[in-house]
Design a protein around this ligand. Structure first.
Ligand SMILES: *Cc1c(COP(=O)(O)O)cnc(C)c1O
Length: 455
């Protein structure tokens, strides 16, 4: 009897045709596990470390990977696989790998391409955890990173590329300042040099933007943010466009194209255009072990089922709140590319026709003191370092996420002492504006008292 399959209960016909179905339909149906004797409609949580082998020969088949059945959850798990198929579908990728966190996704993707002596080029305006991973951990492993400050200047990327460069890395919507990346411009540089472009698209989600459509080769996400969406579980995902002909990359990736495996073939010979993802799965994730729990995978899958509805609402509210903040006298500036005044507005219109996301920053005229008063005065916004939660969140980057940067680095990144980051949640926008109004009122009152010499 075939494993986990009731012979009296053949798999139901696949009803999803990704080419013809819309995003909202696919976010609910794509990749769902349809093979289970009890016909559960939701994908079950396969909370098991391992999977029984039917017999001697099947055990052998699992180990030589001549079938695609499951053996051990670090290698693969049906709940995790369902998340992988669904996100690959929504991003327009050929395949995906689910890992335990966004940081695991970034490190697994990079380590599947680069080794000691190799080099990366990254935009400098990236998530602080990724930046430190590159600067500290990877440099200790002998992988050096050059940072490009002008991420939308192709010449800056060109100038940083070396013979040993193995990947270009950037974020589609970097936080906190919502500075939209010109993905196609960077992808053109990557293509010219035969180097993969990895885009961290956590803040955009595939509902707002699909980097692969603009030339990215690999997309990574922190699924802990909008994909899971409710601020409960961590996860990360690597999506492979499956576009690169690895056999044509010369000596740049010898681990994929030169080193033969136990069957005498290289990864590129065995996997073709899936070589990167297969190597990331079987040689990096499997060994280093950033395995996701099927329990967390279930919450990510469930979160994705409402992704379009949530992101639509997040984004609409963010646009309204950014417009409201821009009019407030205590506010010096708002960094949101959805505003026509933003230098990134044209890029937002081109890449993000459904809205510029819901994570952005604004700067108070009163600097750090005003920021402290504001953060302490909010009642509905949560003081928290997270993004893409159903709850609205506020954070002061200069004293938290960016506290380890030098003042000079913060200034170069535009992170002033009066800058606050917002992640707009799903509450009623009127209530959020009332809370911001109250906190800005507290800032103004404190400044009046100070000017009058009362405090
Ligand atoms: C949060 C985040 C990460 C890290 O993800 P974790 O799931 O927290 O490990 C990476 N990149 C971006 C853009 C993020 O927002």
């Amino acid at each position: 009897m075939p494993e986990h399959r009731d012979p009296a209960d053949a798999p139901r016909p696949e009803t999803t045709r990704p080419d013809t179905l819309g995003f909202a339909t696919r976010q609910i149906h794509a990749g769902a596990d349809r093979i289970d004797g009890h016909r559960p409609r939701a994908t079950p949580i396969y909370l098991t470390a391992g999977f029984e082998f039917a017999d001697f020969d099947q055990a052998n088949e699992r180990f030589v990977q001549s079938d695609d059945g499951y053996s051990y959850t670090r290698v693969g798990n049906p709940t995790n696989s369902a998340v992988e198929r669904r996100i690959a579908d929504l991003e327009g990728g050929a395949g995906a790998l689910l890992v335990g966190s966004g940081q695991a996704a970034v490190s697994t993707a990079v380590l599947a391409l680069a080794a000691s002596g190799d080099h990366l080029v990254s935009a400098s305006g990236i998530y602080e955890g990724s930046r430190e991973l590159f600067r500290d951990n990877f440099s200790r492993l002998g992988i050096e990173t050059s940072f490009v400050t002008e991420a939308n200047d192709p010449a800056a990327w060109e100038a940083a590329i070396r013979p040993e460069t193995k990947a270009l890395f950037a974020e589609s919507i970097p936080n906190p300042r919502n500075e939209i990346l010109d993905i196609a411009a960077v992808a053109a540089v990557a293509r010219r040099h035969g180097i993969p472009l990895i885009i961290d698209s956590t803040l955009a989600t595939p509902y707002l933007l699909r980097p692969i459509e603009h030339g990215a080769d690999v997309v990574v996400h922190s699924a802990s943010k909008f994909l899971a969406g409710h601020g409960t579980v961590l996860g990360g995902v690597i999506v492979d466009a499956g576009r690169i002909d690895w056999t044509a990359t010369g000596d740049r990736f010898p681990h994929l194209t030169r080193t033969p495996g136990s069957d005498g073939r290289t990864v590129a010979e065995r996997s073709g255009r899936a070589a990167f993802l297969d190597y990331a799965r079987a040689n990096i994730a499997l060994r280093q072990g950033p395995s996701p729990s099927p329990f967390n995978a279930f919450f990510i899958l469930q979160g994705i089922e409402t992704l379009s509805l949530r992101v639509q609402r997040h984004t609409e509210s963010a646009q309204r709140i950014a417009e409201w903040l821009a009019e407030h006298p205590a506010v010096e500036s708002v960094d949101y590319s959805g505003l026509p005044s933003s230098p990134y507005h044209a890029l937002a219109e081109r890449y993000l026709p459904r809205g510029a996301g819901s994570v952005f920053s604004f700067t108070l005229r009163g600097g750090r003191d005003a920021a402290r008063t504001f953060v302490n005065a909010v009642e509905l916004f949560t003081r928290m370092t997270h993004l893409g939660d159903v709850r609205s969140l506020v954070l002061h980057p200069a004293s938290t996420t960016h506290v380890n940067r030098t003042e000079q680095e913060r200034q170069a990144a535009g992170i002033g002492q009066g800058l606050l980051r917002l992640s707009i949640g799903l509450e009623d926008a009127d209530d959020l504006i009332a809370d911001l109004d109250r906190a800005l009122g507290a800032v103004e009152a404190a400044e009046l008292l100070e000017r009058a010499g009362i405090v």
